[in-house]
Design a protein around this ligand. Sequence first.
Ligand code: CP
Ligand code: NVA
Length: 312
Amino acid sequence: MAHTHFKGRSLLTWLDYSAEEIRALLDLTRKVKNESARHESHQRFKGKTLALLFEKRSTRTRCAFETAFGEEGGHPVFLSTQDIQLGAKESIEDTARVLGRMFSAIQFRGFKQSSVETLAAFSGVPVYNGLTDAFHPTQALADVFTLEEAFGPCKGQKLCFVGDGRNNVARSLMVISAKLGIHFTVITPGALNPDAALVERCRPLASASGASITITSDLAEVKGAAALYTDVWASMGEESKKAERAALLAPYQVNASLMARSGRPDTIFLHCLPAIKGEEVTAEVIDGPQSRAWDEAENRKHTIKAIMLATL
Ligand code: CP
Ligand code: NVA
């Protein structure tokens, strides 16, 4: 697929992209990762500027955008809510209009999905969702890329998310899995089941791609999983729910015995990071031989570079 097809597009959620388009971005990621391994240097963002808006903290997402853009000759500008008027003294619409006059693209990390949608609607430049309460699409692309590095084509693989089934990471994995034909299982206590409306939206996509979506509280469902994935029990903005979540999710910790219940010695462990070792995952698992979490973190940069190359 010609990359020109992507020009000018935003990435707010994978719901807006077809399986073929996501596949093209995975292929482009492979290309840029190979270039990086050969220490090739390019200047494909020369003369371009990127606004990086952050309402929430970040290590990987910020560094991935900033290094991927900067090393290709682009100029990234980091703006936290301490620095700019966004949503405080100035509406998001007006901020979008102004940034769109000065920047080639905008990355937004924050609370509301409506904020990133408004930026995209009013800026006139590509807007990338670097995480909202609802979705974390750039993460999900890196996750699928990492899965494919371990097992080859993702179609028909079983990916199992164990933990807070409502969160942005679980939701994004559900969407991308449904699009790409990955059998996606969410293992979560009933109180943390993913939003029914999103599940209903994903079901026909999954049927079309030959995938299944399973939502269960039964840990035995890890059987046969190519990958077990978990995330923090309380996401950014949910700090007040920590104790309640710990009580609900303690039985869902990913530890060596849960990894063994997949029944496959080659099952990999994935985590978007940051991780709280001893809560959602044991140090033994995340730092052990089955973990691909560190490759996954590196792949954030390659996937984000691919997304920007395609859309800019
Ligand atoms: N996985 C991820 O988004 O990490 P950061 O919060 O450090 O960006
Ligand atoms: N679900 C987590 C992901 C962090 C990358 C959060 O939103 O805090």
